[in-house]
Structures are given as structure tokens and as C-alpha cells.
Design a protein around this ligand. Structure first.
Ligand SMILES: C[S@@+](CC[C@H](N)C(=O)[O-])C[C@H]1O[C@@H](n2cnc3c(N)ncnc32)[C@H](O)[C@@H]1O
Length: 298
């Protein structure tokens, strides 16, 4: 059992019926990302998943894409993801160890139709470096990251550096529990928090790189609109600041999910409200989490 726990991603039903051991977070953010991954129309397409970790999103997308490449600089996650993909018989996913900032990684590699970088932008020190190196690799980029919540989010170009924030490591190793500490420690980029850009800032950078069309997929775990996210976070923030319960400069933050395209309509997104039905049956942990949530919500 121990070996199943270590070699595979936990909570997955292998074709022989075994369910792999191991804890996985049931947070709805995970479900949200799975929903988006299963909602992209990717028939015949090649996809690049930057910072893929254990490659689950790559595997969701492989159900419809022609081929998916995942890149991560955490060797233990890549090994585990490849073992899981192989055991599930998913042959069109290839997870590779590497640092995405290394130009040699993509030398001679054919351009992709879509590049995704989820949970990534706020975990690297150089946002420009990442976007500039991804731009020639694909005509569409899907980004998911943590953004400060301020009025005019989609038009203001602001990169926020959270004051007094606890150090953020780029790899979430504190949460993973199953990492290779020697390998991971080498890769952490200093004891620092990173930049959190507004959608407006990312739009300006990507526009200069030719991504003329931006689509907001949504904010937060429920993919709500900008107006809803603002109302929910910003009004409460001002109220708390007025009451002296919060610092005005410690901005509320939320996850945002966007798609940037060099030409509108390159990547179609299926109806997100029915995406739950498209989640892969082998992801038992995810289905359990959804069931628990539904029961919990009544
Ligand atoms: C917060 S995790 C997000 C994982 C996954 N994309 C998701 O949305 O669940 C960030 C991932 O990016 C990887 N990463 C960070 N910097 C990287 C770099 N320079 N090159 C390759 N991978 C990197 C980390 O190892 C980690 O697995």
C-alpha cells in the first residue's frame, strides 16, 4: 500500500480497480480548475502545462487534446504524475522535469496551440520573463493566479507586493508532504513573497506580446464576475479598514482565471455549468469532494 501511496497521485481509480492511497485537498479551488480544464475545446490540439506539478490538469485536458506536455521543476511530482498517467493508460501526456525559464527546454519544440500556467504567476519572481518566453510557444495562454482586489481591476495595471506577508515558496512544498526535500530546497527562489498583478497589468503585458484578445473566465472558487468579486471583497475591506480591524494597504486578494489569445476564438470554452459531468471518472478524490460539497450545501 505504501508503494501505491508514493508512486501515484492519491484518490485515483486505476483500471484494475485499486484506488491509490494518499491525501488530496478537497478544496473547491481544485474542482474549479478541473472544471475549466475539462471545458476547453481542445480537439486535435497540442497543449503545454507550465508548472504542472503532478500533472492532473494535463491529464484532464488529455481527454480531449491530441497531446499534452507538462513541465515542472519538482522531480518527485513529475515522476508521480507520469506513473499515474501510465497506470491510467493515458498515452498522450508527457510530463517533463525542467525549469520553464531555461530557453533550452523549448529549443526545436513545435509550437503549442494552448499554454496554461495555473497557480504560477504569483509564484515566480519575474512575470515578464515568463510571459515573454511563453509568447512564442503558443497563440493562446490560459493563466490562473492570485490578484489583489481593487476597483478597476481589469483596467488598472498594478502589481501588488503583499506587505508583511508570510514567505511564499514557489512550490507549495509545505503542503505537499511527499516532496524530496533535497531536490526542492535547491529550487526555492529565496525567502520572499512574490508579485500579484491585476488582470489589467497582465492584459497590458500580453497585448504587447500579440495576445490581443482577453477573456475573463472568472474570480474565486465559483468563477464569479469582476463586479461580484469586487463587491464581496472590496466593500468588506473598506469597512474593516474604517473600523480599524484591517490595514488599508493589506489588500484583499482572490484567484482569477483568464484566457489570452492572439486571435479571438482560438480556444472555445464549453458551458462551465455542465462541466461537472465531464470530470474524469478515475478522479475518485475529486468526485468525493464534489459530493461532500453538495451534501454540505444542502
Ligand atoms: C502552486 S503550484 C501549481 C500547480 C498546478 N499548476 C495547479 O494549478 O495546481 C506551482 C507549481 O509550479 C512549479 N514551478 C515553480 N516555478 C517553476 C519553474 N521556474 N519551472 C518549472 N516549474 C516551476 C512548482 O514546482 C509547482 O509545482
Amino acid at each position: 500500500m505504501d508503494s501505491i501511496a508514493n508512486d501515484f497521485i492519491g484518490g485515483i481509480r486505476l483500471p484494475n480497480g485499486t484506488i491509490t492511497q494518499g491525501k488530496r485537498s478537497g478544496r473547491s479551488l481544485r474542482r474549479r480548475n478541473a472544471v475549466v480544464a475539462c471545458s476547453f475545446e481542445l480537439a486535435g490540439m497540442r497543449v503545454l502545462d507550465v508548472g504542472c506539478a503532478d500533472g492532473l490538469h494535463s491529464m484532464y485536458m488529455a481527454a480531449s487534446a491530441k497531446e499534452v506536455w507538462g513541465i515542472d521543476h519538482r522531480a518527485s511530482e513529475i515522476e508521480k504524475g507520469n506513473a499515474t498517467a501510465k497506470a491510467l493508460g493515458i498515452g498522450n501526456v508527457s510530463l517533463r522535469f525542467g525549469d520553464v525559464r531555461d530557453p533550452a527546454l523549448f529549443k526545436g519544440v513545435e509550437k503549442f496551440d494552448l499554454a496554461i500556467a495555473w497557480g504560477f504567476l504569483h509564484r515566480i519572481g519575474d512575470i515578464f520573463g515568463l510571459l515573454y518566453s511563453l509568447a512564442p510557444m503558443a497563440d493562446a495562454i490560459s493563466l490562473e493566479w492570485r490578484t489583489p482586489i481593487v476597483p478597476l481591476l481589469s483596467s488598472l495595471s498594478i502589481a501588488y507586493h503583499p506587505p508583511g506577508n508570510r514567505p511564499l515558496d514557489p512550490m507549495n512544498i509545505r503542503a505537499a508532504g511527499d516532496h524530496d526535500p533535497a531536490n526542492d530546497r535547491e529550487k526555492i527562489e529565496g525567502n520572499t513573497a512574490f508579485w500579484e498583478p491585476t488582470p489589467g497589468a497582465v492584459k497590458v503585458i500580453t497585448q504587447r506580446l500579440g495576445f490581443v484578445h482577453a477573456t475573463l473566465i472568472g474570480y474565486g472558487e465559483r468563477l464569479e464576475s469582476e463586479r461580484k468579486a469586487l463587491t464581496r471583497h472590496w466593500t468588506r475591506h473598506l469597512q474593516r479598514a474604517n473600523e480599524g480591524k484591517e490595514r488599508l494597504d493589506r489588500l484583499p486578494r482572490e484567484r482569477v482565471h483568464m484566457l489570452f489569445e492572439k486571435k479571438q476564438g482560438l480556444i472555445a470554452i464549453k458551458d462551465l455549468s455542465t462541466a461537472g459531468e465531464r470530470l474524469p471518472p478515475w478522479d475518485v478524490a475529486l468526485h468525493d469532494a464534489v459530493a461532500r460539497q453538495t451534501t454540505h450545501n444542502g
